[in-house]
Ligand binder design. Structure first.
Ligand SMILES: N[C@@H](CCC(=O)N[C@@H](CS)C(=O)NCC(=O)O)C(=O)O
Length: 257
């Protein structure tokens, strides 16, 4: 019995959806609506005490952290391997997944948070908002919600995160000029992690990623999009698409400057 709790096919949820679809493992999908704060409801906090998606439950055992989930899926199930067999390239793959978790994803997520949060919180009274935030298990997450919703982040912070996103793309572009995939000549979890963050960029941020400035990235992006596992992950239901689209142009200018 395999259950995946996830949000729309973007960022960390997309990361685990791609891995599970690439592996071809049947699973029960549970959509957690972040725009309705479902991740902080007591039933979900019992699954993941951090109150975040994705979370995997395998025969009653819970695994959290998208990168760990992906390695667990690869360890536990038949299907095409998602990690290089060679120890060097496997290490290089892990350097990419760590880079995404510690650098690329946080930068992108702060920018997205800043531009998206009002679409989620403006319909709440201050009291309703505070009641929602009070349920968030991690103080750091409470602070993130309050700062983004109340005063927003400073231009300096946003510029810095924008720079980090550009650095991430530059690194990918360089690597993809040297190897077909991010960790050598084989598709791996390095590609899954990076694509989960960068999937929307050609559309959202054409000034940053485009055939002239980032040809290697664009070719890789096209190959990723043509993979059946990636297509199946991207086709997962997205009931919050309109809200995401509403924030898209604002995010786009933050990333291009
Ligand atoms: N390190 C965690 C981060 C998970 C995470 O940040 N998930 C986001 C969605 S991409 C989330 O649940 N956000 C809602 C919240 O923090 O309240 C992982 O890789 O799984």
């Amino acid at each position: 019995m395999l259950d995946l709790y996830h949000a729309e096919p973007a960022a960390n949820s997309l990361k685990s959806l791609i891995a599970i679809k690439e592996k071809g493992v049947p699973f029960n999908s549970h959509f957690v609506n972040l725009h309705q704060f479902e991740q902080h409801e007591p039933w979900f906090v019992k699954v993941n005490p951090n109150g975040q998606v994705p979370a995997l439950v395998h025969d009653g055992k819970v695994i959290t952290e998208s990168t760990v989930i992906n390695e667990y899926l690869d360890d536990s199930f038949e299907g095409p391997p998602l990690r290089p067999a060679d120890p060097y390239w496997r290490a290089r793959m892990r350097i990419w997944t760590k880079f995404v978790d510690e650098y690329f994803c946080p930068a992108l997520s702060f920018i997205a948070w800043h531009h998206m949060i009002h679409n989620i919180t403006d319909k709440l009274t201050p009291e309703e908002f505070e009641a929602k935030v009070a349920r968030i298990p991690l103080k750091e997450q409470q602070d993130k919600w309050r700062t983004a919703a109340r005063q927003g982040y400073t231009k300096e912070q946003l510029d810095n995160w924008g720079r980090q996103v550009r650095t991430s793309i530059e690194r990918m572009e360089k690597q993809l000029g040297e190897t077909a995939w991010l960790a050598g000549d084989q598709f791996s979890l390095a590609d899954v992690s990076c694509f989960a963050m960068a999937s929307g960029m050609p559309r959202m941020s054409p000034a940053l990623v485009n055939p002239k400035d980032t040809p290697n990235f664009m070719r890789w992006h096209g190959r990723m999009e043509s993979r059946p596992g990636v297509q199946a992950a991207l086709a997962m239901p997205n009931p919050v698409r309109d809200t995401l689209e509403a924030s898209r142009s604002k995010m786009s200018s933050a990333l291009s400057s």
